[in-house]
Design a protein around this ligand. Structure first.
Ligand code: ADP
Ligand code: MG
Length: 515
């Protein structure tokens, strides 16, 4: 029987946890004995086809930043992003699959890792979710589900700590920020809502330190400190070190070596905290929006749970204590709780869909746990109803599935063809809250071919459903002809990544060695 596992595929670090014989999740260390693996990739120029993942990739990166990839999660689902190495174009999901392959390889020592749940930020859209699943498939994994990172963290907290009532998970990682509000009653968890920003994380705090270095150097020498990519790679690493040191100490001193000479700089925690104020303000706004969405206030939140390495910054904990009147909970390891929760979710998913695959001890360990998740975004379609005041068609985003509906959920709306003889309908799937199509994210557009020679106003039923694995499905049905169009969310080259080319790509990728 293969091992049931959860994977936290993070911007900075990734981790894998498996369920032990009694259904408790445990982190599986990588081949270097580390419990978390840097999500960094380095294409070695020395050994043909060898790809270094993790700490070694970080260490090699300064030698040749052009052959290194970090922070790939920020590009997940972007069809325009690619990295060209020795004439081969690598997509974000292929790069991510290399990281997953290393985890699979290193952690399969005690039993093959096959059925996994991979975690994603709560605010990841459909394309990014699909790209994450594709990355798993490309790595030879069977991705049985996707879980939102703060939900995974909450699942782990709720099943291992004493948590009760309405709680908030504050997840500040390396690349993303998520805040989730949930109700916990014993091992029963109901997600209320989530908010987040996929471009707000630890690396943005590092950038503030780099800016402080650059300003100091410019002031001293009227010259730019960072002249090329190699310099940038070096100062990115140093800025992160300084940021972490400032979590423990009040002041850090450092020598900057630039083109015009060296200089000594001193950064105090207070200076750093002033510089990151705009980032903290964005976080506060997202917390307020989440509270508003949950229709509650600060005093209704009984506990704040932390996840993500960046929550070690004292400013995070101080701000939370000031806002909520009590300190946040840091009882579990913030680097590991997402992977551990994802492993629990993998067990719950298999127990529901494929119980014969779950050993009795694991099933018994999980039997009390109940998770009720919600749909993370509103999904709609673009339509052209007639405006009553002007009698003209207006372009509108019509929401079909509303944000925060408990999963699984399904909703259908009916629209009508606009002209006589209309044989095509352009269907657009949107994600977002606004009525104005310019303010929502268009996640897929396809052409629905209709029968010829029909008058206008033929009904088209649009059904959206959202499954418990955090994936959305859409079906357009032409009532008269019975024709249907199912929309898949893809993020490969030209938006195409179907099963056949995933299999082909997986086969090609299997010839690359990861170390
Ligand atoms: P992700 O899930 O996005 O990969 P993690 O949750 O692993 O991110 O957190 C990594 C981030 O946490 C990095 O930006 C790192 O610099 C930051 N971090 C880790 N430890 C500390 C610390 N002691 N003080 C400040 N930041 C820290
Ligand atoms: Mg994380």
């Amino acid at each position: 029987m293969s091992t049931i596992a959860g994977i936290d595929l993070g911007t900075i670090f990734s981790a894998l946890a498996r369920l032990n014989g009694i259904g408790r999740p445990e982190i599986v260390p990588n081949s270097e004995g580390e419990r978390i693996t840097p999500s960094a990739v380095y294409f070695d120029e020395e050994e043909d086809g060898a790809i270094r993942i993790g700490l070694e990739a970080i260490n090699c990166r300064q030698l040749n930043p052009e052959r290194a990839v970090r922070w790939i999660k920020r590009h997940m689902g972007d069809p325009a992003w690619k990295k060209t190495i020795d004439g081969r174009d690598w997509t974000p999901q292929e790069i991510s699959s290399l990281i997953l392959k290393k985890l699979k390889q290193d952690c399969s020592v005690e039993g093959e890792i096959k059925d996994v749940v991979i975690s994603v930020p709560a605010h990841f859209d459909e394309t990014r979710r699909k790209a994450t699943m594709d990355a798993g498939t490309l790595a030879g994994l069977n991705v049985i589900g996707i879980i939102n990172e703060p939900v995974a963290a909450a699942l782990y907290y709720a099943t291992t700590q004493k948590v009760c009532g309405r709680v908030m998970v504050y997840d500040l990682g390396g690349g993303t920020f998520d805040v989730t509000i949930l109700d916990v009653d014993g091992s029963s968890i109901d997600i209320v809502c989530s908010q987040g920003d996929h471009a707000l994380g630890g690396v943005d705090f590092d950038k503030k330190i780099i800016e402080m270095f650059e300003d100091a150097y410019r002031k001293e020498y009227r010259t730019e400190l960072i002249q090329n990519e190699q310099d940038r790679a070096k100062y990115e690493d140093e800025a992160e070190d300084i940021k972490k040191t400032l979590s423990r100490r009040n002041v850090v001193r450092k020598i900057l070596y630039g083109p015009a000479g060296s200089m000594r700089v001193e950064i105090t925690r207070q200076q750093f905290e002033e510089a990151v104020e705009p980032l903290m303000a964005r976080i506060e706004i997202l917390i307020e929006v989440a509270l508003e969405e949950a229709k509650c206030s600060v005093k209704d939140i009984q506990k704040v749970l932390l996840a993500g390495g960046s929550t070690r910054m004292p400013i995070v904990q101080q701000r939370l204590e000031k806002k909520f009147g009590y300190p946040p909970e840091i009882a579990v390891n913030v680097d590991e709780c997402v992977a551990l929760g994802a492993a629990i979710h993998a067990g719950l998913t298999l127990l529901r869909d494929n119980p014969q695959k779950v050993p009795a001890g694991i099933a018994a360990g999980l039997k009390e746990i109940r998770l009720k998740d919600v749909c993370n975004h509103s999904y709609g379609t673009i339509c052209a109803p007639i405006d009553e005041a002007t009698g003209r068609h207006v372009i509108r985003n019509s929401i079909i599935l509303k944000k925060n509906t408990p999963l699984p959920c399904e909703a259908t709306q009916t629209f009508y063809t606009m002209s006589d003889g209309q044989t095509q309908l352009e269907v657009t799937i949107t994600q977002g809250e606004d009525e104005d199509p310019d303010f929502v994210n268009k996640i897929a557009t396809e052409i629905f071919e209709l029968p010829p020679n029909r008058p206008a106003n033929r009904p088209i039923h649009v059904r959206y459903s959202y499954d418990v694995n955090q994936r959305m499905h859409c079906r357009f049905l032409d009532e008269e002809s019975g024709r249907t169009l199912d929309v898949e969310f893809c993020a490969g080259g030209n938006g195409q990544m179907n099963r056949i080319n995933i299999e082909r790509s997986a086969e090609e990728l299997s010839s690359y060695k990861v170390q």
